[in-house]
Write a protein that binds this ligand. Structure first.
Ligand code: DSN
Length: 421
């Protein structure tokens, strides 16, 4: 096994793909990644993810497979399951979901019939596409009903309305979790309301799986939630995949729903890489990392607030921030994203609660601290970054000002190598 050798072979065999890989390496190294769902994984995860397990079919679960030759696949999947259970204090773990969407789909399909009601967070208030967006197939199959936040009260979930809708629609599942919401959640309140109608509680913790693993944020399973899902490639720093954690009494339903219900052969190379990432997250230093992500996000937020920038929910409890760029800079989210690209800072345009503008031309941007924290950046760097962002967005039409900021950004990045490059 010689990965350096493999890369050299790739260079001579397929120079176009090789050049794109090198280009992406350089892009990741020279700029600051602030998309809150992105991160830099560990070199050991790359090694497992690019390993010989790519070759293997393993339909089924450890000890119960449909193909021979499973001695080592069983070993890695069992390790991944055991580590996931330990890390998240879960009774059962399924590690086969190929990514975040099939992970959530497998849960809905395990418990709901077409037309059944699922309660999820309104998309513009922070919910995810898989939480029932009309454009998703899940949105067509199930009856998704939405609850909202109260922007005037720092984005608090409107539990009075959620309870009213729950009693009215009797959902099969009450789903909490988000893709663009900078606050923590009151899991006990969700559970209490769900119990009134016998609904299952599901938490999609894809964004904050790593923060929960590092004990920097609350774990919904500690509040009696039935099911928790998380992607493994965001704050958890693993390969691109999904975990489903649940109470033992739902284990069979979940496993059957993932395979054979929704997927075929699991990606064993990814499962090997998940096991490595979970092993890393179990180390004591991961707790410091998770804590630093929150400190870094709060530091960014504080500089923005000190400069009268409008943040959705007026701050952050987690790793991310959503900025209303129209209100703060008279600049749409798309233009803000493009401006920041020019200074080698990557963010994403983002709809804000009840955004009057469409998703491709929304009113804000979303940013987060995990990737920069992985590189070792701390409060001092976060303050610089926040000031650069403000300066760039204020001077978005001034190319020479942007070029000057870009050179400062890239100089900073050269001091913080990207792991694995
Ligand atoms: N694309 C992810 C995010 O950025 O939040 C979720 O799927």
């Amino acid at each position: 096994m010689n990965y350096q050798n493999n890369l050299s072979q790739l260079e001579s065999h397929d120079p176009e793909i090789f050049a794109a890989i090198i280009g992406e390496e350089q892009r990741e190294q020279k700029g600051i990644e602030l998309i809150p769902s992105e991160n830099y994984t560990w070199p050991e995860v790359f090694a497992a993810n690019g390993s010989i397990f790519t070759n293997k079919y393993s339909e089924g679960y450890p000890g119960r497979r449909y193909y021979g030759g499973q001695e080592f696949t069983d070993r890695i999947e069992t390790l991944a399951i055991e580590r996931a259970k330990r890390l998240f204090r879960a009774e059962h773990a399924n590690v086969q979901a190929l990514s975040g969407s099939p992970m959530n789909q497998a849960v809905y399909l395990a418990f709901c019939q077409p037309g059944d009601t699922i309660l999820g967070m309104d998309l513009s208030h922070g919910g995810h596409l898989t939480h029932g967006a009309p454009v998703s197939h899940m949105g067509a199959i199930f009856n998704f009903v939405r609850y909202k936040t109260i922007p005037e009260e720092n984005g608090r979930i409107d539990f009075e309305e959620l309870r009213r809708v729950t009693l009215e629609t009797k959902p099969k599942i009450i789903l909490c979790g988000y893709t663009s919401y900078p606050r923590d959640l009151d899991y006990a309140e969700f559970k209490k309301i769900a119990d009134e109608v016998g609904a299952l509680t599901m938490a999609d913790m894809s964004h904050i799986g790593g923060l929960i693993a590092g004990d920097a944020m609350k774990n919904p399973l500690d509040f009696g939630f039935d099911i928790m899902t998380t992607t493994t490639h965001k704050s958890l720093r693993g390969p691109r995949a999904g975990l489903i954690l649940c109470k033992e009494k739902y284990a069979k339903q979940i496993d059957k729903s993932v395979f054979p219900g929704l997927q075929g052969g699991p990606h064993m190379h990814t499962i090997a890489a998940i096991a490595v990432a979970l092993g890393k997250a179990l180390q004591p230093e991961f707790k410091n990392y998770a804590k630093q992500i929150l400190i870094n996000a709060k530091t960014l937020a504080q500089v923005f607030l000190d400069n009268n920038i409008k943040l959705i929910t007026n701050g952050t409890d987690n790793h991310m921030l959503v900025v209303n760029t129209i209100q703060s800079f008279n600049l749409g989210g798309t233009e803000a994203e493009k401006t920041l690209d020019k200074i080698s800072i990557t963010v994403n345009k983002q709809i804000i609660p009840d955004d009057p503008n469409p998703p491709l031309r929304p009113s804000g941007i979303r940013l987060g601290a995990p990737a920069a924290t992985t590189r070792g950046m701390k409060e001092v760097e976060m303050q610089k970054i926040a000031h650069w962002i403000i300066e760039a967005l204020k001077n978005h039409a001034d190319d020479s000002a942007l070029a000057q900021i870009q050179s400062e950004v890239e100089a900073l990045c050269s001091q913080f190598p990207v792991p694995g490059i």
